[in-house]
Design a protein around this ligand. Structure first.
Ligand SMILES: Cc1cc2nc3c(=O)[nH]c(=O)nc-3n(C[C@H](O)[C@H](O)[C@H](O)COP(=O)(O)OP(=O)(O)OC[C@H]3O[C@@H](n4cnc5c(N)ncnc54)[C@H](O)[C@@H]3O)c2cc1C
Length: 499
């Protein structure tokens, strides 16, 4: 395609959780013609629709495979940040756990148009399309988690545990790609379209330049839905960011906006690993028959381990046990997970983690190079605030107690990592050296920071951001549904603005 060969009213950069909803909703609201630019390939692949497929998708070419810079308060480790690289974005690679978050999360953002009462109608509309359901083929261990604490409908609003809701329909992934984008006529979808930077007409975003040199034009505007890592990076390559950082990379600064890329954070998490014969799913010899039949069992009946998104159940509770308001979330996985090295072991087991609902630590994202093929410097700032570590230690201590009290019967395993004797200061050190995240990075283009409450990038015209990057603070639970909500709300704002 030659320069300027294609023009649409709207260019949407990124067909992820938010981008797919944005595209469909702009069409439904008759805001104009829409073209979605996605760097990765189509999501039409058996490992994407099959729930257990994510185990192989992570680390594959459908994952951007980012890493953090060494985390100085987390053992100087580079922590993995998987991000989906295909239509559906991270929503095509995720565990499909569905939570709105607490309505109090949105109230505490304290931004007009984004309080709990403002975002509820968007969630209602999304849930009518997605129809999240409880996973009804859960492993007996996951079912036992229902009795772990509080009510058996897990919710970040109160201490609770049980089977999670998932965005799956008939044992297949039902993402914003399948529920929205693919069901909408008249959206152009360009895969393999990796956006480098914006084309400007004065302060107006007039189009984009792809990494391969192609240029595309937008009559009405450009919407960045490339996620918390890529959206700020595209703005920086387009001359918006910290002036001295951009100058160091020979990028001409159009607007000095040092807040772009700040406020990066994620839910930190630490896992407890259990093993024992006849406990959870695993490759122990007695389960070989089950695994051999599993493709057939899944294809014919939608059953067996391949029908599981792995993260079947979990809990919300208060780490110190001194309040009824949860501050940690547990994901329960009834599969043997190795703590290090090869993941294929002839063992059986299960896994439960402690993730902080409201991390205090903040990091930042900066470009490493003006070249769009280079990954940015991603600093999650893990445990920069020591309070986060304290809450994790209390959370692990309480989770161990709760798991002891749970009726796993003969399927109870033994904790092999970190090991029950790892407590106190040793546990703190273990967490520093082993914690990861729940894969929920947010905040790099926060509302009322570089982005207005109607999602327009400040100091610009006809340029909006709608993805997880705009969250001022991460919601209390998993971030897919909130990201889709942001796409939905964004379309409402944009359609109104251009009407
Ligand atoms: C392994 C994993 C498991 C998870 N599990 C859960 C879960 O169970 N439940 C839950 O609620 N959340 C989960 N999450 C988090 C959730 O999926 C994300 O918060 C959500 O998908 C973010 O949506 P987004 O629209 O901001 O970004 P994304 O969905 O990541 O979309 C960004 C899109 O932009 C594309 N893109 C990026 N750069 C460019 C560019 N330069 N040009 C063109 N296209 C570009 C990407 O390829 C991608 O398609 C998980 C995430 C991961 C990675």
């Amino acid at each position: 395609m030659g320069a300027h060969a294609m023009t649409s009213d709207f260019l949407i950069v990124g067909a992820g959780s938010a981008g797919c909803v944005m595209a469909s909703e702009l069409i439904r609201r008759q805001a104009g013609s829409v073209c979605v630019l996605e760097a990765g390939p189509s999501e039409r692949h058996p490992l994407v629709s099959m729930p257990f497929g994510l185990v192989w998708l992570m680390g594959s070419t459908r994952d951007w495979r980012f890493k953090t810079v060494p985390q100085k308060n987390a053992g100087n480790r580079e922590i993995t940040i998987p991000r989906g690289k295909m239509v559906g974005g991270s929503g095509s690679i995720n565990s499909m756990v569905w939570f709105r978050g607490r309505m109090a999360d949105f109230d505490s953002w304290d931004i007009d148009g984004w309080r709990g009462a403002d975002v509820s109608p968007a969630f209602d509309a999304l849930e009518a399309a997605i129809k999240p359901t409880r996973f009804d083929r859960a492993h007996p261990l996951s079912q036992a988690v229902q009795g772990m604490i509080g009510t058996n409908t897990p919710s970040p609003d109160c201490e609770s545990s049980g089977l999670f809701q998932h965005n799956m329909i008939r044992n297949k992934r039902h993402s914003s790609a399948t529920a929205y984008l693919r069901r909408t006529k008249h959206v152009k979808i360009l895969t393999g379209a990796h956006v480098d930077r914006l084309i400007w007409a004065g302060d107006r975003a007039a189009g984009v330049v792809l990494v391969d040199g192609r240029q595309l034009r937008a009559n009405k505007g450009v919407v960045l839905c490339a996620g918390s890592i890529a959206s700020p990076a595209i703005l920086m390559r387009s001359g918006l960011g910290d002036q001295s950082d951009l100058a160091a990379l020979n990028i001409d600064t159009r607007q000095d906006m040092p807040e772009i890329g700040q406020n990066l954070h994620d839910h930190p998490g630490i896992g407890l690993h259990f093993q024992g014969r006849g406990t959870g799913h695993g490759l122990e010899v007695r389960q070989w028959g089950k695994w051999a039949l599993s493709p057939l069992n899944y294809a014919l009946f939608g059953r067996g381990p391949l029908a599981s998104s792995t993260c079947e159940a979990g809990a919300f509770f208060n780490a110190r046990g001194d309040s009824a308001t949860p501050d940690v979330q547990t994901h329960f996985i009834p599969f043997y997970l190795a703590a290090s090295g090869s993941r294929y072991r002839m063992k059986s087991g299960y896994f439960a983690d402690v993730c902080l609902c409201h991390p205090k630590s903040r990091g930042s994202l900066r470009l490493a190079s003006a070249n769009a093929n280079a990954a940015p410097h991603i600093d999650l700032g893990l445990f920069n605030d020591e309070n986060d570590l304290d809450t994790m230690v209390h959370g692990v201590t309480r989770l161990r107690k709760l798991l002891h009290e749970t009726d796993f019967g003969a399927r109870r395993g033994a904790e092999f990592a970190p090991g029950e004797d790892v407590i106190g200061e040793y546990l703190k050190t273990y967490i520093r050296n082993h914690a990861g995240t729940a894969y929920h990075p947010v905040g790099t283009l926060r509302l009322s920071g570089p982005v207005t409450r109607q999602l327009r990038v400040k100091q610009t015209e006809r340029l909006w951001v709608a993805d997880a990057s705009i969250m001022p603070q991460v919601t209390s639970a998993n971030t897919n549904a909130p990201s889709m909500m942001i796409g939905w709300k964004g379309a409402e704002f944009i359609a109104r603005e251009v009407a």
